[in-house]
Design a protein around this ligand. Structure first.
Ligand code: ATP
Length: 457
């Protein structure tokens, strides 16, 4: 039996992701760009798979949720209405001795254990009372001040600045009217969207956990204001957890954090984050907030348009309330990688194996000819690759001995490897090897499509 060791260090994950083509530091040949990353070939497949799984669970399989895809650049008034232009800030503080910049609430919490988010003066006083800079050990702090997280650009020199969206939800609210006018939605219903969001984080860190350009998967779920929302809220929490488990997270690595009432925005009835136990500690993966009617009311006020709902069965017109389940795609990818990464001691050596659930795995089937200098084996393996590629993401590999090829596929989490040998040419069967059990079985070439169709369903 293989003995498993789970990874505990972030450095192992970061170097693995670069070495095996999942995630690279971006623009590296030009010296990079702070905390910005590109998804490599396997990372891109992984990302697409997780997006597809989310869309399937929350849009395709639900009668009550529909999708949309809004732009990154939106009318600036939208961000005035949502409060982002005046209030989407993070507290920042600099060490005057070493010039290092910190997110003030994070550094205060790290040094004192106390959560002072939003209390600028208290944080300044606490830091200036003698707390030491973790970089240089001196205590010489600036005042704590708010910094906008909005990235700004312009379309022309006349209309003033426009912003890169800091969250995807904005377009859902501003297109709410178009959606309800064009679709026959019945409350409760949700609008889902996946897309890039941009935040000028004071300190981007922990690999792809906190970056400045990231992807969000958000739903605005509209409900009748008088409805009993608590059970729906609970159900959303469970579904978020279910989704995390479906991409490989273990239940014991997930926990819930309820935002204290005193820290909630005035309009929010409840906010709960679902956190994952990353190698650097627990961090927010999903958010779930009851946002009342704040968004639709604000956008109605700023746009002068009616953004309400008419219920034809009760003849009532009202502004719906909204539950907002949200998740960062990059954080889900990091979760899948951290949860999957396993070092195993075997009887004949060691292996790194990515224990991705099959739906998450970037490559589903790898196809090998036993030897690369035997044209008849190569031709048969290529034919199998072509056939299977119609339905599954496959990889062809003829490099090195088969044992090494198995290890390479284990590392990227490929659930199945197919080897074409001389018997294949005689009896029309191939060896199929399973990533987790490492067991091998002979399967008829003609039946491979059906076999993998069932195994990878
Ligand atoms: P945090 O407290 O970690 O800054 P947040 O509460 O500001 O996150 P939300 O505004 O609720 O985050 O955003 C929704 C989701 O988007 C989060 O649950 C998280 O998964 C993801 N997310 C937010 N900021 C980032 C970021 N800088 N990089 C990657 N993902 C992010």
């Amino acid at each position: 039996m293989a003995e498993e060791k789970k990874v505990t260090k972030m450095e192992d994950i970061v170097s693995f992701c670069k070495r095996r083509g999942f995630i690279f530091p971006t623009s590296e040949i030009y010296g990079g760009l702070a905390n910005s990353y590109s998804y490599g070939p396997y990372g891109t497949e992984l990302k697409n798979n997780i997006k597809k799984m989310w869309w399937k669970k929350f849009v395709q399989k639900r009668e009550d949720i529909i999708g949309m895809d809004g732009p990154i650049l939106l009318n600036t008034k939208l961000w005035e209405a949502s409060g982002h232009i005046s209030g989407f800030n993070d507290a920042s503080v600099d060490c005057k001795n070493c010039n290092k910049r910190f997110r003030a609430d994070h550094i205060v919490k790290e040094l004192t254990g106390e959560d002072m988010e939003g209390e600028l003066e208290k944080m300044t006083k606490t830091l200036q009372a003698g707390l030491k800079c973790p970089e240089c050990g001196k205590s010489d702090w600036t005042e704590v001040r708010n910094m906008s997280q909005m990235f700004q650009t312009e379309m022309n020199s006349v209309d003033g600045p426009i912003y890169l969206r800091p969250e995807t939800a904005g377009a859902i609210f501003s297109d709410y009217k178009n959606v309800i006018d064009s679709m026959r939605v019945k409350i409760p219903f949700g609008i889902a969207q996946i897309g890039k969001a941009f935040r000028n984080e004071i300190v981007a860190r922990n690999f792809i956990f906190r970056i400045r350009e990231f992807e969000q998967m958000e739903i605005e779920y509209f409900i009748e204001p008088e409805t009993k929302w608590e059970p729906l809220f609970e159900k959303w929490l469970d579904e978020q957890e279910e989704f995390a488990i479906s991409i490989g997270a273990k239940k014991e690595d997930l926990r819930r954090y309820e935002h204290p009432k005193a820290k909630l925005s005035h309009y929010s009835k409840k906010t709960i984050d679902t956190e994952y136990n990353f190698p650097f500690g627990f961090g927010e993966l999903f958010g779930l907030a009851h946002r009342g009617d704040f968004d639709l009311t604000q956008h109605s006020k700023f746009s002068g348009q009616k953004l309400d709902y008419f219920d034809a069965t009760t003849n009532k017109r009202y502004t719906p309330h909204v539950l907002e389940p949200t998740v960062g795609l990059d954080r889900l990818i990091l979760t899948a990688i951290c949860a999957g990464y396993t070092e195993e001691k075997l009887e004949d050596g060691e292996r790194i194996v990515m224990k991705f659930p099959k739906a998450v795995a970037p490559i589903k089937v790898a196809v090998f000819p036993l030897m690369k200098n035997k044209p008849e084996l190569v031709a048969k393996a290529k034919e199998i690759f072509q056939n299977l590629s119609e339905d599954f993401m496959c990889e062809f590999d003829d490099n090195g001995n088969v044992g090494k090829r198995y290890r390479r596929q284990d590392e990227i989490g490929t659930p199945y490897c197919v080897t074409v040998d001389f018997d294949s040419l005689e009896d029309g069967t191939v060896t199929v090897r399973d990533r987790d059990t490492m067991q091998q079985e002979r399967i008829k070439i003609d039946e491979l499509g059906k076999y993998f169709g069932e195994k990878l369903k």
